[in-house]
Design a protein around this ligand. Structure first.
Ligand SMILES: [Zn+2]
Length: 198
């Protein structure tokens, strides 16, 4: 019995996050200028309000069932009875606040941390000044270059190692090929920048 209720509660949480991530995913696939309309439609067409009413019903039903220890065979009756009761305004619903917060984050991404990180990722190779294809990171100073460009410079001085060619780098230490590792974060940023421009 308790196991069943735990499963019910976790299923209920899953539904929540699925609704939120579906809305986010749909926004992601829209053009920027259409996102606002889409969110307004979700709210105006009362999809959000309907969902919140449903949510309030579930919540009250769960509370009643759990506090009164309603037998499983009577649970459906409780759901039906509670569906008919008047509901709190949707603004009081926890999901309503959550949904608004997520959508605000999409409409005003400059306020979110995620985009700040994305903005600081440099996609331009400091050596060739063109967009990197295969970014590698210097583990000594953390500067990133395109593998091809840095290999070209190294070819000439491979025995002694070279200084970081990044302009303004304070690192005086010479480095060799083995000090370079693939820069996975920049690689991901390049891939998503490519996907955006398609
Ligand atoms: Zn450097």
């Amino acid at each position: 019995m308790n196991q069943l209720r735990r499963e019910r509660d976790s299923l209920y949480k899953d539904i929540h996050s699925m609704v939120l991530s579906t809305a986010q995913l749909m926004c992601k696939n829209l053009k920027d200028e259409d996102v606002e309309d889409f969110i307004e439609k979700l709210e105006k067409d009362e999809i959000l309000v309907k969902y919140c009413k449903q949510e309030e019903s579930w919540k009250s039903a769960f509370q009643y069932i759990d506090s009164q220890n309603v037998p499983v065979e009577d649970e459906c009756m409780v759901y039906e009875a509670i569906q008919k009761q008047p509901k709190n305004p949707p603004e009081h619903c926890h999901f309503y606040t959550q949904f608004r917060e997520k959508m605000d984050g999409i409409l005003h991404p400059e306020d979110t941390d995620l985009l700040e990180t994305q903005c600081t990722i440099n996609l331009i190779d400091p050596i060739s000044k063109s967009r990197m294809k295969d970014p590698v990171k210097n583990v000594i100073c953390n500067h990133t270059y395109d593998r091809y460009s840095i290999a070209e410079i190294m070819k000439r001085k491979s025995a002694t190692g070279i200084r970081c060619p990044y302009q303004g780098c304070n690192n005086r230490e010479l480095f060799k090929l083995q000090d370079l590792v693939p820069d996975e974060i920049t690689k991901q940023a390049l891939l998503s920048a490519e996907a955006d421009s398609d």
